[in-house]
Design a binder for this molecule. Structure first.
Ligand code: ATR
Length: 275
């Protein structure tokens, strides 16, 4: 019987996940379908119960349900529980189990590019939901030297205090981070500054960026943010948000099917869909 997968969110119309996952299912010749479901916050609990009752085999979760879904799941993977956000659910032995492939996908994308990641000195820009997932994931894999800079300093301080893993972290104002930027091997940009339609924005100045550093921006629209353009001009290596997007989808597919999908194919579909 055909297996049904999906993505739930509010709004959901612009999700590119159906195009990617349906292509991957077809490519692997699996009798599966992936459908977008518009679920509002007040319907979330009923929706999860209904999905289980009708046998939805797995689904992704997007804004605004990544945190609020947790109490409605049967089990949550340890990293996802610590982060407090779930973006992938899999039906296993009668249970809905939650994972965070955003975090796992980001780590895979970054560790593919950088060897000895645990020894690097890292700066995370931003202290929102995305920064939380990335910061917790880096520390959970044994990278201890990760500072956080944010427009609102208190949020960076709270994030560090909240993280249960071993760490050597400082919270910095954007001005403080600008001043000591040359000290970092890896800089990870997680804010919406630079995202369409604010392409001309940058979270801070990178005048002190050192030539051999690596700059990762999780934004994928546009594919090259102003920050990445300037970082490249200063001789840094850069990575945009496309790899993270690809791997979060690939890891979800893998959790559901046990099969590693063709990530080059997924990336091409994303590039085409994003224009
Ligand atoms: P997400 O879930 O995508 O991380 P979020 O939780 O709303 O979104 O967090 C947004 C992050 O972007 C915050 O760190 C925010 O800074 P504040 O905590 O000071 O609000 C940051 N941010 C958004 N716009 C920014 C801008 N123009 N310059 C610098 N930081 C910005």
């Amino acid at each position: 019987m055909k297996k049904i997968y999906g993505v739930i969110g509010d709004p959901i119309a612009h999700s590119i996940s159906p195009a990617i996952q349906n292509d991957a299912f077809a490519h692997q010749e699996l009798d599966c379908i992936y459908h977008p479901f518009h679920i509002t916050p007040e319907n979330l609990n009923d929706a999860v119960k209904g999905m289980k009752a009708i046998g939805i085999a797995g689904f992704n979760i997007t804004i605004p349900h990544k945190t609020t879904i947790i109490p409605y799941l049967d089990e949550v993977d340890e990293l996802a529980a610590t982060i407090g956000a779930v973006n992938t659910v899999s039906y296993q032995d009668g249970k809905y189990i939650g994972y965070n492939t955003d975090a796992m996908g980001f780590y895979k994308a970054l560790s593919d590019q950088i060897s000895n990641l645990t020894e690097k000195k890292i700066l995370v820009i931003g202290a929102g939901g995305a920064a939380r997932a990335i910061y917790f994931t880096l520390l959970s894999h044994g990278t201890v030297s990760v500072d956080i800079t944010n427009r609102t300093l208190e949020k960076a301080e709270a994030l560090i205090a909240d993280c249960p893993f071993e760490k050597q972290s400082a919270a910095l104002t954007l001005v403080q981070a600008e001043e000591k930027l040359a000290e970092y091997d890896v800089i990870i940009q997680t804010t919406s500054a630079g995202m369409s339609p604010h392409q001309d924005a940058m979270p801070f100045s990178i005048r002190n960026l050192s030539e051999g550093s690596f700059v990762s921006d999780i934004i994928y629209n546009p594919l090259e943010t102003k920050l990445l353009k300037e970082a490249k001009q200063k001789g840094a290596d850069v990575q945009n948000g496309l790899d993270m997007l690809v791997y979060q989808a690939a890891l979800a597919f893998q959790i559901w099917t046990g099969i590693t999908p063709d990530t080059t194919r997924m990336k091409n579909i994303m590039r085409t869909t994003l224009g």
